[in-house]
Design a binder for this molecule. Sequence first.
Ligand code: SF4
Length: 396
Amino acid sequence: MRTIESTNELRRLMGAYFQGIKKPVAWCTSVGPAELLRSFGFEVYFPENHGALLGATRTAGDYIPAAVKEGYAGDICSYLTSDIGAHLSGETPLKKHYGLKEVPRPDLIVYNTNQCREVQDWFGFFAKEYDVPVFGITPPRHVDEVTSAHVADVVSQFKDMLPLCEKISGNRFDIDRFRETLRLSREATDLWKEALATAVNSPAPMLFFDATIHMGPIVVLRGTQEAKDYYALLLKELQGMVAKGEGAIPREACRIYWDGMPIWGKLRSLSDLFAKNQAAVVASTYCNSWVFDAFDERDPFTSSALAYTEIFINRSEKAKTAILGRMVKDFGIHGVIFHDAKTCHNNSNARFGMPQRLKKEAGVETLVLEGDLCDLRFYSEGQSHTKIEAFIEQLT
Ligand code: SF4
């Protein structure tokens, strides 16, 4: 496998992000209104990113029992259980990896249930723990098409948040700062989209398993110049590879789409398995979840409300099937793997007949793979490898 050179800069940037978080700090869900918070001068911290880190470092399993003891079921969101469990245990991988004493303490906690209701309980727990205000945005869910009434509802909720943000940050709302932050976010997300789109080429320069790492800045640093600069660098490298005909793997026997969450603790072994079988996982729902085409600084409230409401996870089965069908076509996909994550039904799309519908409508083979984002008790490596290899064989 060819290594992406920009990874060194990525590591530096993520380190600088964590080490540079200063007060006032707002915690935010991964597809919450980060730009609006940033425009008040908040540093924004994302507990889901911490959940992913607990998964990737395979420490989640050490902490989930502490949350279960507190009354959280072992089969609800393992980001939630591992993050709460780590807090109750006084531990965080941020100590070892970035030299932090603890996770950054919040002054304000904001969630958006555009992705799931779990974040309401998760973030509510921490609001009590740290005795800080929590503000929830609750948009219309599972929409077919986003209507102007849906957007107006979310805009009004964003605006209701302003007095609280002013009070906690000590800064007046400034529409120009909001516009500027949204502009930077838009430019970064456009570059990220272009970087992902380089994988329409065969061989693809960046595959899903690398993309889950390179998406770090678009999650935690969107709305900053640093994120924009990083994606300009990454895109340049990927375009250079395409120009030279270089791919992440030299030869692609088949091209696969990954739907659902990554299995954070198994990125390396899965990446190796696919590479060994000359199967390229070239696109995914997950990495595309931080592409926000609607952002427009000329109308920052309406456009960000639209962007955060039209995300894939917040759409109807019909809308999701149509989006997947387009991805299959655009990326020349031979097979789709649906990761059925035991603890995240919100991001698992195989439970209402979508694999069958997609096969019929897009003419593509599908495989449902049982696993989990963080809790490896729900993932059987041997069985999964056998299933994946049989699937690849079917495709080639
Ligand atoms: S979408 Fe899934 S993984 Fe993400 S916070 Fe919600 S339940 Fe957890």
